[in-house]
Ligand binder design. Structure first.
Ligand SMILES: [Zn+2]
Length: 378
């Protein structure tokens, strides 16, 4: 397949610095994709999301197929136009959310039957339907429909689930309409079993995809086991195609995974944490509801260039979140997205210079040192 061009310019250990080209623009990798679940990155305008340095966002098929429906988005010119995000968009298959959010989901060889969490109506999602919906949304990167194997899973269960996902991957590929600047990613499953991961990677490579995602991680296995799984799974994947770790993660997950050869990430954490009063900083995660911030005139992070840090104090943000003001959630989401994009940009520069190991050492030391000392009036 040649729908998406991917160039690797630099490598540093297993880490890669690349450019992924789509019909709606280029993505510098390693890249973090903010999640725009229902056609919006919550509490942010798309212009402001782009201002943090994000070059691609993720849309959720499950949410969009129920409301406003793929057909309506298509009639209104596709998701880029509908939500005013002119850059690249990746959509998931919907399968994961059907299984986690909807009621009465029934998985068969054909696909999944489920009841909408919105109005209780019945829907069928199959690989063919999912690919068609993602086409109607005008997604640049379409994901194969797969079954996200729960964790922990007995080997037999993990193998059966992985085999179903591989049959669905083939059907997804057959249903996908190839176009320049658009691509389809396969998803490696196999839980935490090395031979199953290998089998899955080989099956996907046989089918042939524009990129390869590692699925079924960040489901409760813990960081150590996730890294261990990446250590043996990434070498099974082609070197000339992008590698995407789905649903990950915390800042330390991103650093460790980039060092293991991952190029793309998505996670709700920066925005979801922003809505629960949390900020990610160079000095770790802080809770803005905490009373220690009440009289603190300093920014969340003195080195951050986002509006929340440039124009507002910890004391003001503490006041906003205490009063449950919407602006508090916007400022924290904005800062967290900026922090994630700055972290990725820092890693990209370090890979170019061949200094990712030192970058990671400084990152872990700053995180371990914890937040700045409480404010003392002088
Ligand atoms: Zn900031």
């Amino acid at each position: 397949m040649t729908g998406l061009k991917f160039d690797v310019h630099h490598t540093d250990g297993m880490a890669r610095r690349g450019t992924l080209s789509t019909a709606h623009g280029d993505i510098q990798t390693p890249a973090f994709m903010p999640v725009g679940t229902a056609g919006t990155v919550k509490a942010m305008t798309p212009e402001n999301v782009a201002g943090t340095g994000a070059e691609i966002i993720l849309g959720n098929t499950y949410h969009l197929m129920l409301r406003p429906t793929a057909e309506r988005v298509q009639r209104l010119g596709g998701l880029h136009k509908f939500m005013n995000w002119p850059g690249p968009i990746l959509t998931d298959s919907g399968g994961y959310q059907v299984m986690s959010l909807s009621e009465l989901n029934k998985i068969t060889e054909e696909g999944v039957r489920f009841r909408s969490h919105v109005d209780g109506s019945y829907h069928d999602l199959s690989p063919e339907v999912s690919i068609d919906i993602q086409h109607k949304l005008d997604s640049n990167i379409t994901m194969c429909m797969d079954e996200c194997t729960p964790f922990p899973a007995e080997k037999e269960v993990a193998e059966k689930s992985m085999q179903l996902s591989m049959r669905w991957a083939k059907r997804s590929k057959d249903a996908f309409v190839e176009r320049d600047g658009y691509g389809l990613f396969g998803i490696v499953q196999g839980s935490t079993y090395e031979d199953l991961r290998k089998h899955s990677a080989d099956a996907l490579i046989d089918i042939g995809f524009d990129g390869y995602a590692v699925g079924g991680l960040a489901v409760g296995e813990g960081q150590e086991m996730m890294f261990e799984t990446l250590d043996y799974t990434v070498p099974f994947l082609p070197t000339d195609r992008p590698r995407y770790l789905m649903g990950v993660g915390k800042p330390s997950d991103l650093v460790g995974s980039v060092m293991r050869g991952i190029d793309m990430f998505d996670c709700v954490l920066p925005t979801r944490s922003g809505r629960t009063n949390q900020a990610f900083t160079r000095h770790g995660q802080i809770n803005l509801r905490n009373a220690r911030h009440k009289d603190d005139p300093r920014p969340l992070d003195a080195k951050c260039s986002c509006p929340a840090c440039t124009n507002y104090s910890r004391a003001y943000i503490n006041h906003l979140v205490t009063c449950k003001e919407i602006l508090g959630l916007t400022l924290l989401s904005w800062h967290n997205l900026q922090y994630y994009q700055d972290l990725m940009a820092g890693m990209r520069t370090a890979i170019e210079k061949g200094t990712l190991a030192e970058f990671a050492k400084t990152f872990y030391a700053e995180q371990a040192a914890g937040d700045i000392e409480p404010y003392q009036e002088v």
